[in-house]
Design a protein around this ligand. Structure first.
Ligand SMILES: [Zn+2]
Length: 151
């Protein structure tokens, strides 16, 4: 089973990494491989989640954090009630720790070939736009659907 949707990759280096990881069968978001394959340090971790900066931040962001589940799962129904509840606490901690007065949350759940995700492992994105030049503000775009290449 594919752990990556390579066609959803956004950066040349990211796509290259996804291809290598696909060949080795490694999930870079699983805790046992995370440190080796993720460039940014862990900002904080809880019993069920890891928070780090995205190695490949979306265009026009000033903050782009990932909240990554500490076990391999691809949907909310696969994880415990405790993990789901803790996710909300992680959001509150991020808001406070990074002193965010505004942010957007993006999360794709389930089959990444239909939701536009690039990594199967359940994770969420916390995004803050760039407001340094308000008159020329560029919206941050978050892909929310796709179809598999073979359709
Ligand atoms: Zn994983």
């Amino acid at each position: 089973m594919n752990k990556y949707n390579i066609s959803a990759g956004r950066h040349e280096k990211q796509i290259e990494k996804m291809k290598k990881l696909t060949d080795s069968g490694v999930c870079a978001f699983c805790p046992e491989y995370f440190i080796e394959h993720h460039d940014n340090p862990i900002e904080f971790e809880t019993k069920h989640w890891i928070v780090t900066k995205n190695d490949y931040p979306y265009k026009h962001t000033t903050t782009h954090l990932l909240i990554i589940l500490r076990e391999h799962a691809r949907s909310m129904k696969e994880i415990t009630k405790e993990s789901r509840a803790e996710f909300m606490e992680v959001l509150a901690r991020i808001e406070k720790q990074f002193d965010l007065n505004s942010f957007a949350l993006g999360m794709r759940v389930g089959d990444m070939f239909y939701n536009g995700g690039s990594v199967e492992h359940l994770h969420a994105h916390v995004v803050v736009g760039d407001f340094s030049d308000p008159k020329n503000h560029n919206k941050v775009r978050f892909k929310m659907s796709s179809v598999p290449d073979n359709i």
